[in-house]
Design a protein around this ligand. Structure first.
Ligand code: PMP
Length: 460
């Protein structure tokens, strides 16, 4: 870190409060200031180059230097820099994007609704679900079931859906009407001895049904889940999980919301995670890779079961009293459209499948490393969970200590990743090549070896 009083690092400490950062510790450690992007690489202010193995925040599908997106933004900025969709107004980028998204959806969808972030989109989903229950004359049907370790955002309602302690502690959350399942669908960590993945999935579906019955089915409106849990640690669902969960939801007439904010637009080797896992959602929540995060934009896709009662209710009241100034922003929508074109024309979904298989195979070769507990992932999303003792799966000292140690070595070795607790996540841009995957995994292997003597000073 540059310690001069007016260095960017010093000014960051002086003036900027960070998201998802220990605010006190940051005053000592300071920031990593990123200055430039080039393909899968970013460069810091001191000129160090890193493979961005998280695609920023799971989001930069086309890499950090895609000129087509810059040109799309410039063109739209010159033509119509802002317009909105309130009071029946519209503009071409928004109409084109809505049509494109509805046509791309893997299940029949009726309408696209635009928001600016994943959190706003999930808040909107909750409001639509509540509004719909009232429209159907079922005002008691307001509870939404989410999952422990699911991640759905940080606004008051979406943070309530999120099932992670840091998003609730000291924020006085969750709010009422949001329930969490008691088990996370993580077979390696949570299955009973000898329980197969199918058996484990059946037990989780049974737990869900018991929760619904205990609460009263007439009070439950919807279930929300990510096809693969991302920020909760890249938890890949066990075999049969989504099929069994959906059978329970259908039995009680509950809506299903698929939070595709990370999985959407190719991450799992299909265009949507819902295709990879046979999910048939009523609402799909899209963000991040929709525009490769070059500009903020998010969207909900809703089917007729959701749209039709909402349309009736808005007619009764006089308007659907919800909308964001920036929702469907023309420049962001133009960038999203161009981004989706790039993903399709360059077959980045196929690349996620092919290069993703290479990533998964290379990481699985590390399974015998003394610090590796589990390797998991699909396509170009993966995590390696680190343990001090492979047999008992216990962490090294405090939870997240080993994850942070290895993540620090990784950064020194030229790779930016993120430790979700003791799981190191990998979610690189979809344009990554096999050679770049090799460089990434080689650096990870060196980082594991660098941590080993600290964890097992006696060897072994
Ligand atoms: N849902 C999922 C699955 C996410 O991963 C995220 C962000 N990591 C969000 C919602 C929230 O998105 P945002 O940060 O844009 O509010």
């Amino acid at each position: 870190m540059d310690a001069r009083p007016n260095s960017p690092e010093a000014r960051d400490i002086r003036y900027h409060m960070h998201g998802y950062t220990n605010a006190r510790k940051h005053q000592e450690t300071g920031p990593l200031v990123i200055e430039k992007g080039d393909g899968v690489y970013v460069e810091d202010i001191a000129g160090n180059r890193y493979i961005e193995a998280m695609a920023g925040l799971w989001s930069v599908a086309v890499g950090f230097s895609e000129k087509r997106l810059v040109e799309a933004a410039t063109r739209q900025m010159s033509k119509l820099p802002f317009y909105h969709d309130f009071g029946s107004k519209a503009h071409s980028p928004l109409i084109d994007l809505a049509e494109k998204l509805v046509q791309m959806a893997p299940v029949p969808m009726s309408k696209a609704y635009f928001t600016n972030s994943g959190s706003e989109a999930n808040d909107t989903a909750i409001k639509m679900i509540w509004y719909r229950s009232n429209a159907l004359g079922q005002p008691a049907r307001k509870k939404i079931i989410s999952r422990k370790r699911g991640y759905h955002g940080v606004t008051i309602a979406s943070a309530s859906l999120t099932g992670l302690p840091n998003n609730h502690l000291s924020f006085d959350l969750p709010i009422a009407n949001i329930l969490h399942t008691s088990s996370t669908p993580h077979h390696w960590r949570e299955a009973q001895p000898g329980e197969s993945e199918e058996q484990f999935s059946a037990r989780l579906a049974d737990e869900l049904e018991k929760l619904i019955l205990a609460e009263g089915p007439e009070t439950i409106a919807a279930f929300i889940g990510e096809p693969i849990m991302g920020a909760g640690g890249v938890i890949v669902p066990p075999a049969g999980y989504w099929e069994k969960i959906q059978a329970v939801l259908s039995k009680y007439g509950m809506l299903l919301v698929a939070d595709e904010v990370i999985c959407g637009f190719g991450r799992t080797g299909e265009m949507f995670g819902s295709q990879t896992f046979g999910i048939k959602p009523d609402i799909m929540v899209l963000s991040k890779q929709i525009s490769s995060s070059y500009l903020p934009i998010s969207a909900l896709l809703i089917n007729d079961k959701v749209f039709e009662p909402i349309a009736d209710e808005s007619d009764r009241i006089g308007t659907f009293g919800h909308g964001f100034t920036g929702g469907g922003h023309p420049v962001a929508a133009a960038v999203a459209l161009e981004n989706i074109k790039v993903i399709e024309e360059r077959d980045l979904v196929g690349n996620a499948r092919k290069v993703g298989a290479h990533l998964q195979a290379r990481l699985r070769k590390l399974a015998s490393h003394p610090l590796v507990g589990e390797v998991r992932g699909v396509g170009l999303i993966a995590a390696v969970e680190l343990v001090a003792d492979k047999a008992t799966k216990v962490p090294w000292g405090k939870p997240a200590a080993l994850g942070a140690l290895v993540n620090g070595f990784l950064q020194q070795n030229g790779v930016i990743s993120r430790n979700m607790g003791d799981a190191i996540a990998f979610c690189p841009p979809l344009i990554i090549t096999e050679a770049q995957i090799d460089a990434l995994v080689d650096a990870f292997e060196r980082s594991l070896d660098a941590a080993l003597p600290q964890v097992h000073p006696q060897g072994g």
